[in-house]
Design a protein around this ligand. Sequence first.
Ligand SMILES: Nc1ncnc2c1ncn2[C@@H]1O[C@H](COP(=O)(O)OP(=O)(O)OP(=O)(O)O)[C@@H](O)[C@H]1O
Ligand SMILES: [Mg+2]
Length: 389
Amino acid sequence: VADVISIDPSDHKAVCDFAVEEGITLVVIGPEQPLEKGLADALRASDIDVFGPSAAAARLESSKGFSKDLMQRHGIPTAPFARFTAEQRDHALTYVNEHPLPVVIKYDGLAAGKGVVVADTTPQAVETVDAMLDGAFGENGIVIEGFLQGQEASVFAVCDGDLYVVLTPAQDHKRVGDGDVGKNTGGMGTYAPAPVVTDDVMQKVRERIIEPTLAGMKAEGTPFVGCLFCGLMIDNGEPSVVEFNARFGDPETQVVLSLLDVDVAALFASAARGTLAPYQWQTMIDERHERHAVCVVLASEGYPDSYRKGLPIRGIAAAEALPGVRVYHAGTKMVDGELVTNGGRVLGVTAVAGTLREARDRAYEACALIDFEGKTMRMDIASRALEKA
Ligand SMILES: Nc1ncnc2c1ncn2[C@@H]1O[C@H](COP(=O)(O)OP(=O)(O)OP(=O)(O)O)[C@@H](O)[C@H]1O
Ligand SMILES: [Mg+2]
């Protein structure tokens, strides 16, 4: 569905020149690093519409300290916290020593999903604080915060700096093994809608989280344009913010966009141009839950640690011949006309159906048709929601 071209996204001039030469009228920025580096600002300076926040607004993701301070200033529910720089190591160690367990320690900068440690013991917490202030991820400081109980869910808001529309809430499976055991990953599978986000919870997410965040960003001179990804913890129907991302997250996007009934290019263009108003009257969420999506990630053996690359992949066409199935590529590459593995998470096998059970069964049926050496997946995606139902 796309032409892949090779341009270094950190070379802003090259990206802008390409967009101008090709007459491109909308740029959607996917990953977080180019947002942090200000690619959206550079494109806007070249008069190109961008779906994605300015560097200043992307701090909601790129600086955990910035986002915690913003939430505190605007009364947005989140875990209690304190920020420390390397010069404040003694204070940080005193604070973490006195903190109830578990305690959460976060590097205040992008760390490719590795900069967060939930410490169950004080010695582990102390060691983490020392390592992060010694520069394990860079020269920024840290955030130390309280542990939130509950169930995690993600809500995406498409924002034009002023107005927003929410998309169907999703739930990810972060741990590598069935039953949520083993190492943290970038996500092993998702499903949507997530029943933990009831209509009542969604109303609270809008009023207590999304609206004050967007109003705060606008009032402070850094309006947020793009996808505000709210990582939430929901405890007894009360949502709090675990984190913000400033973009669509993977693999939640595979299920969320699969359930979207509008033309995404038109939706993103409206957000980029500050003209979301007509969409506000359109329901982006299928409130009767007539469609469900499940995405199962096929990973390389060994992920999230080391794994092999370059292994031939077969069976995608057969999988996509099943009704409602689409296979999204994450870590693949064409070598001499043959599709091979090229990453830890290789494919996002996604099925849409009338019930969650059907979508889950269809996704696994599709996964069984795809083959590569070392193919690894979780077998329990969406199963907790199915047990509850
Ligand atoms: N205060 C908290 N209480 C409980 N769990 C937490 C807390 N903060 C983080 N976590 C856990 O750690 C995970 C990672 O934290 P966070 O989302 O802040 O990190 P991240 O590296 O920015 O993640 P991502 O790669 O998804 O953007 C969360 O999904 C959650 O499971
Ligand atoms: Mg994040």
